[in-house]
Design a protein around this ligand. Sequence first.
Ligand code: C2E
Ligand code: CA
Ligand code: CA
Length: 310
Amino acid sequence: RRADVAMYAAKEAGSGYEVYDSEMDRHNPARLALISQVRPALDGTEFILHYQPKLYLGDSRVAGVEALIRWEHPDRGLVQPYEFIPLVERTVLLRPLTLYVLNEALRQWHVWDRMGIAVPMAVNLSPRSLLDTQLPDQVNEMLGRWNMPPVALTLELTESFLMSDSGRSTDVLAHLSEIGVQVSIDDFGTGYSSLSYLKRLQVDEIKVDRSFVTNMRADPNDLMIVKATVELGRNLGLRVVAEGVEDAKTWQDLADIGCDVAQGFFLSRPLPPMEMTDWLAVREPNRGRDDPVPAEPVAGALARSPLRAL
Ligand code: C2E
Ligand code: CA
Ligand code: CA
């Protein structure tokens, strides 16, 4: 049984192998206790989304934000997604959690849109969500509810959904593409699947895994992988996002390589909604006339920005 637990962990990490550790064991009593608290937490306000911006490397314009879930647990404090998403994924709670995240992200998009801040939204989907044939209709209904054009929503998926599947998940994905939402392949370069799916599945964006980006200045192999991915994206007409950009030099190198979009701690850590609103209000030029940016805070905030040096 423990070998099986380790095998699941290896598949999830895309690492090829993992050594069993009681921490990864879903039958671990602490984990079972945590999972039993998901359902009640979904009815309350414990799950919150933080948002991390993505910027165009060419001109530093805001390309969008990615919604990242956090659990404000009453006893444990802030619980990170890696501690509960893999548990939830194996239970019937995955659907309510996925719908919760989608609805919350779209609601936030709507709030920003009403403020005159037009910012595309990206949401992470668990590969197992693609086995849910009701998902496309539910996404479509939510887009209507929040008056959001489908093109403003990007769904981020790791390649692992291609490995699990019998064809159902590619059908669900095709349905989502038909609705008009954008499809992004997350953690690109860490999976084992063939590249032909990039065309076949109408992918719009690839996100180079942060392990390559964070390390590309130190390791020529990582740099080569980033360059090759940017080239691949260009040839296939896909947007390429580099995640895990942690310093100015990496930002500049990515711009020189011709990468489209960057995301990472150098630009901003994931922020709670109010802080993200302030961050966007300073940079997002697409504002409503009734809601002008006050002159002084803008100057102040820009002076503190890591992008000032660019
Ligand atoms: P991801 O989709 O690859 O998300 C990016 C992760 O990288 C985030 O971790 C983010 O905080 C972190 N990150 C961003 N910039 C940097 C950087 O410059 N350096 C470093 N070292 N890290 C950076 P986070 O928020 O802990 O999320 C971890 C993973 O959990 C996500 O990886 C995603 O796979 C999953 N996840 C998060 N939210 C959701 C969700 O709502 N639904 C599902 N299904 N999965 C989610
Ligand atoms: Ca992601
Ligand atoms: Ca990623």
